[in-house]
Design a protein around this ligand. Structure first.
Ligand SMILES: [Zn+2]
Length: 190
């Protein structure tokens, strides 16, 4: 996943940090269902669809995990996130976070590979923000899996990125995270 520049990754983290503060995401694992609802997005779990509809969604690589639609018939955008809730929970949590990423980052339909990479990074950070991992002092993949209710695969990726950052900067907080770190620290168990 090397599509984006450092600046683009940092901008995504900036968007995630804004969501944390705007929607008071202060306990972990974060509740993606209530976040999506608070953001005004409707949620459509596949288990509530007719069997034929569900099966046709599951057959396409583009829709088997989830997707979002935007209805503008009322003159303003109304978003719906469709997701495969019959998957394991960490997986559908990631799907919802990924779709929130597409909406927040204004990707529209027919996304490019770069936009997919951006939405994926957004989802990983939304679910397990590097800065929070550092503030919590988590150093094991297993702790990241359990603390944030994410998949091992996703936790391993995040852990590797955090370890790389630690090699370079130790546990110090970056300039652009300082204000957020002060804020979130108040909510973290000491
Ligand atoms: Zn996508």
């Amino acid at each position: 996943m090397n599509y984006l520049s450092g600046k683009e990754y940092d901008a995504i983290v900036g968007e995630v940090i804004s969501l944390y503060q705007d929607y008071l995401l202060t306990s972990f694992p974060i509740d993606v269902l209530s976040l999506a609802a608070s953001m005004g997005y409707a949620l459509k779990p596949y288990s509530t669809l007719r069997k034929e509809d569900r099966e046709s969604l599951l057959q396409s690589k583009d829709t088997k995990d989830g997707f979002h639609t935007c209805d503008i018939s009322k003159g303003y955008p109304e978003y719906t996130i469709w997701y495969n809730d019959m998957d394991q929970e960490p997986r559908w949590r990631h799907t919802i976070a990924h779709e929130i990423g597409h909406i927040v980052l204004k990707h529209g339909s027919n996304t490019t590979d770069r936009q997919e990479a951006a939405a994926d990074y957004f989802a990983k950070q939304l679910l397990a923000l590097s800065c929070v991992i550092i503030l919590m002092g988590l150093t094991e993949v297993e702790d990241i899996v359990h603390r944030f209710n994410i998949s091992w695969e996703s936790a391993f990726y995040t852990w590797k990125a955090v370890e790389k950052r630690r090699e370079k900067y130790g546990d110090s907080i970056m300039e652009y995270e300082l204000e957020f770190a002060e804020w979130i620290r108040r909510w973290l168990p000491s």
